[in-house]
Design a protein around this ligand. Sequence first.
Ligand SMILES: Cc1ncc(C[n+]2csc(CCOP(=O)(O)OP(=O)(O)O)c2C)c(N)n1
Ligand SMILES: [Mg+2]
Length: 378
Amino acid sequence: MTVMEQRGAYRPSPPPAWQPRMDPAPLLPDAEPYRVLGTEAAAKADPGLLRRLYAGLVRGRRYNAQATALTKQGRLAVYPSSTGQEACEIAAALALEERDWLFPSYRDTLAAVARGVDPVAALTLLRGDWHTGYDPHEHRVAPLCTPLATQLPHAVGLAHAARLKGDDVVALAMVGDGGTSEGDFHEALNFAAVWQAPVVFLVQNNGFAISVPLAKQTAAPSLAHKAVGYGMPGRLVDGNDAAAVHEVLSDAVRHARAGGGPTLIEAITYRIDAHTNADDATRYRGDSEVDTWRGHDPIALLEHELTERGLLDEAGKQAARDAAEAMAADLRERMNQDPALDPMDLFTHVYAEPTPQLREQRDQLQAELDAESEGPHR
Ligand SMILES: Cc1ncc(C[n+]2csc(CCOP(=O)(O)OP(=O)(O)O)c2C)c(N)n1
Ligand SMILES: [Mg+2]
């Protein structure tokens, strides 16, 4: 048969039937961020949990104020405050079991401390003293991560490995709104969904990536909507409502532990302070926006609920403040002691096998230190 005859014999047929691989509707976030405080759902919230959240929030705010003060005294190089975001920080820590893992960003010191990391050790990186100040295995808290979103693939890797080993472990990875534009965010969510890894992604949408507002960051309907493209559920929550954040995170952790796969949660919150002590936020945002968010303060919201239900009186508030003050005093005192540092530690744990350049730099520093220790130079 000639080619022309073959072509003539070709009968077009419709393409094979196509169907979406799953119904996307259940993955979509609700139209409104989920709330508990100030709604009927609040009556069902566990009083003990609300009290623990309250104590954690009060302590967290005091920690932020103290750490910021330490930057002004030259005791801390930099501090990214999470004032206004304490509900996300504390609820994240309380939604995990001891055996679970937390993968924090540089802003998530409070979550690390709420999981048991020593408040001083949590600041080691921000003081510039060492790579990280605590043993990540002790409280199952990965090092605070400064390169944006790199903690996300780490969390997925750990969660996937745990599942392969049969360990009943969930990883919670925290990231900012700006971090969602990173390639690592995409790779982490894609792998997590394909592998159905037991991981929960918590995006704290605090409105800004340093000076870049969300509108310049993304054109997505919400960050939670991004979940659908990966094949995982997206959830929206009021990030200043500690009870709501705790409930949504706990649901996602339970779902992941039961083999249901990952969830992407977007918590709507606001960064009350500047990006860090080195930033001047008045250059890119107005006071009225900040004031509006001060009116939706996570501590005030929870305090109101607890007071209304007769679960918190003046003595209870004072007890929370006293505990926070004692923590701050201890932090101040220990941070005011000069740490004993070996400059040669700069080169420790950078690579398993140091590169020739690193070896050269190490030798050079050692020679300089030796020369210095030989006493005053002639
Ligand atoms: C890979 C990478 N690129 C750029 C930076 C510089 N940087 C530090 S914080 C930041 C903004 C991040 O904003 P967001 O993810 O919203 O977190 P937030 O600081 O608001 O908690 C940028 C761009 C970085 N640390 N890492
Ligand atoms: Mg942000």
